[in-house]
Design a protein around this ligand. Structure first.
Ligand SMILES: O=C(O)CCC(=O)C(=O)O
Length: 178
């Protein structure tokens, strides 16, 4: 795992957050999924893009990609250079406030390869993960403009918080070998 706190300057991170929230740039949606026979709304909004023809299927839902907006393609280049790895899919998560979260999970679907590069924008939020070797739980507080490289097979979550918390957007660049 590698944490680069100041991957973006504060100004760059502010500009990205503004662009991602601007109407028309990203189509945000809220998904529901079935748990024990009940439809449950995901506690966050979601968007994605990626190499045309790829489909990231998880929790029983297809996420077909239709290419990259030029702005995000340029950001991908920069992240690939830093990570020394290719990425062909991007999942974006939008947490309106501290009540939005992502529960404990692994990103270990068939075809997931390499590390995930996770760019954080907006509110500082706590990322928890389980050490593969000891099973102990650890955390990193992800800052505005930071980049985290991690192995998605490692169990992780984005914790809820009761503290007043502004919006946060997270971009996870992934490599799918489908
Ligand atoms: O929002 C985050 O930092 C965590 C995202 C995450 O766990 C995931 O996309 O698998």
């Amino acid at each position: 795992m590698l944490y680069k706190r100041d991957f973006l300057t504060c100004k760059e991170a502010d500009d990205w957050l503004r662009w991602l929230c601007e109407a028309g740039n990203v189509s945000w949606r809220q998904e529901s999924f079935r748990i024990f026979g009940r439809d449950v709304m995901a506690p966050r909004r979601l968007a994605w893009c990626g190499d045309r023809g790829l489909n990231y299927r998880y929790t029983g839902i297809d996420h077909p990609a239709e290419g990259w907006p030029s702005e995000l393609a340029a950001l991908r280049e920069r992240i690939q250079t830093f990570a020394s790895q290719q990425f062909n899919f991007l999942l974006l998560n939008r947490y309106a406030d501290g009540r939005d979260y992502m529960g404990w999970h692994r990103d270990d679907e068939v075809g997931c390869a390499g590390n995930i590069a996770s760019l954080s924008l907006g509110a500082r939020r706590r990322f928890r993960f389980e050490s593969e070797s000891s099973g102990s739980r650890q955390h990193i507080d992800l800052e505005h403009g930071s980049l985290l490289l991690f192995d998605g097979r490692q169990k992780h979550c984005l914790a809820k918080t009761a503290r007043p918390t502004r919006e946060r957007i997270n971009l996870t660049f992934r490599l799918l070998n489908l």
